[in-house]
Design a binder for this molecule. Sequence first.
Ligand SMILES: [Zn+2]
Length: 191
Amino acid sequence: MRVVNCTGYRTDDLAKFLRAGLKAMGAEWQSYRIDVFAEGRRKISRAGLGYHRVWMVLREQFLMADGAWWAPSGSASAYADKPRRVDVERFARVFEHEVGHTLGLKHAEMSDHREGPPPAWCAGLEIRPKEPKAKPTPADRAAAREAHVRAMLAKAERRLKIAKATVRRWRAKAKHYDRRRAAESRGPGAP
Ligand SMILES: [Zn+2]
């Protein structure tokens, strides 16, 4: 299974979730490629009819001041500073529907995925937001530069050591010819 993650949510969580769904449906999960998009970049999820490819749209919900989770339609940029989560049950329902298509099912052969209880396999699974990357401090940058300097020095020292060993080896070989030339210049009959 290959998951191409174009969202702000964790790839490991997504992979675990999608694998659970595929296994529960008896699909050959290893051969699937699943692209996951944030809502806005794509509007609706879709699947290959009879082949193992799914494009999923991940719908986010944001925590409002009144304590309710709200899923805006369209751009979510106005909610960027609010706590976020994935509507996991809805995602699971849509995913089951799309996997049904990959198994060759058409709409007439499927029940409405918006009705009935949510798929049992998604119980307890979570799709967590990625941790925001911490901005490096001046001390972090200085430490990174020092580490680079020390690594380059160690590399140069290793190369120098190898070069010295190489010089010793060729010098020993050259000595053989030095001795031969010395013998020649003394000429035959010399002591
Ligand atoms: Zn459909």
